[in-house]
Design a protein around this ligand. Structure first.
Ligand code: DGY
Length: 460
């Protein structure tokens, strides 16, 4: 793979398989480069996260992408969100992938998911059978910050709002078995942080003698170094869970009884809280009653703080429902209550301290996805250490929200430097000694890195 430098005022190309994928944009205008990525990755109504690696519409990617699009084409932003909601199930679930078109270059595709048989899945598009972190509430609210006087935007909010509430209601009615305000995820892919060490123990509890070997079916390793992706042993377990859900016909009650992976994830719940807050604000804008959402949110904030906060270490941890215990591993998910506004000033202070001890360790670039002092830290492996731009963006807003202006500025500065010096990669090596040609990891020409670069630079 040829990495390119933004200081070269021309395009270079990475030759992956049969087609050349443009990897970089002219430094002369990185904003223009970001815009070009979003347009090039657009497939008519929706945008893929990255050529080759992710050829369909992904749920939380789509939210961040819509925010980026809204800076230069509000209609494309509206279409992005409308396309996502085309895949919404009748029970309210917003799937993690919409397979709007056929593409053999991804595994697992629609046949593996087999969601057509489920009573809740839509006629079209074909979709996966799990969800992803709920981002659309806060994405719409962020857009409202610039567009609340735009009549077309208000009409659009009115159109999407009931579907958004339905997607939150689905979570509270189907994923909160103890009615405590914390929802569980049943697959690591639902977290968006696919191979985080948080999931190791639950995935290890799967009896792999009953799992299929899918290593030969994987497509991701054709374009990305295996050292930067989940292992084949991981994939066996990921597909074991998909097969299990299919055998339950995507009935959440049956899945809850049989699933070895039931985790109340801090990131997922914090984003739900942040999006609830956004829905309450948006309700004021369009004259809706938000009392149901207010009730959900109070309960969620309370339980996040009683069940996931650990006073001794000053950090938030996921909770494993099968093991009935916290998962005491420090990953960047634990900072997301800052973004949600769910912690007290004292808790926020402790989180900020953790950021500059366990996650920074001298000159490391912020914010590694896993604490550097965790034994599972790996600076190049997907969600086990590399920096992700969407996490940095949420962390930036969270730090600002609690008055940590200087710390927020540093997170933003690191994010912009990574992109401007290395490119619009999927994730980045945080180690200080790595030269910029080797920092960019995973997919390139990555849509949410481009979209959030626009928000970082146009909305500061
Ligand atoms: C993948 O295929 O790696 C995706 O992250 C699953 O959603």
């Amino acid at each position: 793979m040829i990495a390119a430098c933004l200081s070269c005022n021309h395009f270079t190309y990475t030759f992956i398989m049969e087609k050349a994928v443009p990897t970089m944009t002219p430094v002369a205008d990185a904003k223009e480069g970001a815009r070009k990525i979003l347009l090039d990755n657009n497939r008519g109504g929706y945008t893929i996260p990255s050529p080759k690696l992710y050829p369909f519409q992904w749920n939380w990617d789509s939210g961040f992408i819509a925010l980026g699009l809204s800076y230069f084409d509000k209609y494309k932003a509206f279409d992005e969100i409308r396309s996502m909601f085309k895949g919404q199930w009748s029970n309210g679930m917003l799937p993690h992938i919409n397979f709007h078109h056929v593409d053999e270059n991804y595994y697992p595709g629609p046949d593996v998911w087999g969601t057509k048989e489920s009573p809740w899945s839509p006629q079209a598009p074909a979709t996966s059978g799990i969800t992803q972190p709920p981002v659309f509430g806060f994405i719409l609210q962020m857009m409202a910050g610039r567009m609340s006087n735009d009549a077309e935007f208000i009409e659009f909010v009115k159109e999407i709002y009931p579907r958004l509430v339905h997607s939150h209601r689905y979570l509270y009615q189907n994923r909160d078995p103890f009615n405590e305000g914390l929802v569980y995820i049943n697959h690591n892919w639902e977290s968006g942080t696919d191979n985080s060490p948080l999931w190791d123990e639950a995935l290890d509890s799967i009896d792999v003698t009953r799992a299929r070997d899918v290593s030969a079916l994987r497509r991701d390793l054709k374009s990305v170094d295996a050292g930067q992706r989940p292992t084949n042993e991981n994939y066996k377990r990921y597909i074991y869970l998909v097969d299990l859900f299919k055998s339950c016909n995507y009935d959440d009650k049956k899945i809850f009884e049989r699933c070895p992976f039931l985790i109340q994830d801090v990131l997922f719940n914090a984003l739900l809280i942040r999006s609830n807050e956004a829905l309450i604000q948006l309700a004021l804008l369009i004259g809706e009653d938000a009392s149901e959402i207010e009730e959900w949110n109070q309960k969620s904030i309370h339980t996040l703080n009683t069940k996931c906060w650990d006073e001794e270490s000053g950090f938030y941890y996921d909770f494993d429902l099968n093991g009935n215990k916290k998962i005491p591993i420090k990953v960047s998910n634990g900072f997301m209550p800052l973004f949600a506004g769910a912690c007290t000033a004292q808790q926020a202070e402790k989180l900020k301290d953790q950021l500059f001890t366990s996650f920074k360790n001298g000159n490391y670039l912020l914010c590694p996805s896993c604490a550097i002092d965790e034994p599972s830290f790996n600076p190049v492996k997907y969600w086990r250490g590399p920096v992700w731009i969407n996490v940095n963006w949420m962390l930036y807003h969270g730090l600002k929200r609690y008055g940590f202006a200087e710390e927020a500025r540093l997170v933003k500065q690191n994010s912009l430097e990574l992109i401007e010096q290395t490119g619009f990669y999927e994730y980045f090596d945080p180690r200080p000694e790595i030269d910029q040609d080797h920092r960019g990891l995973g997919g390139n020409y990555f849509s949410w890195s481009a979209a959030l670069y626009l928000d970082f630079t146009l909305n500061s």
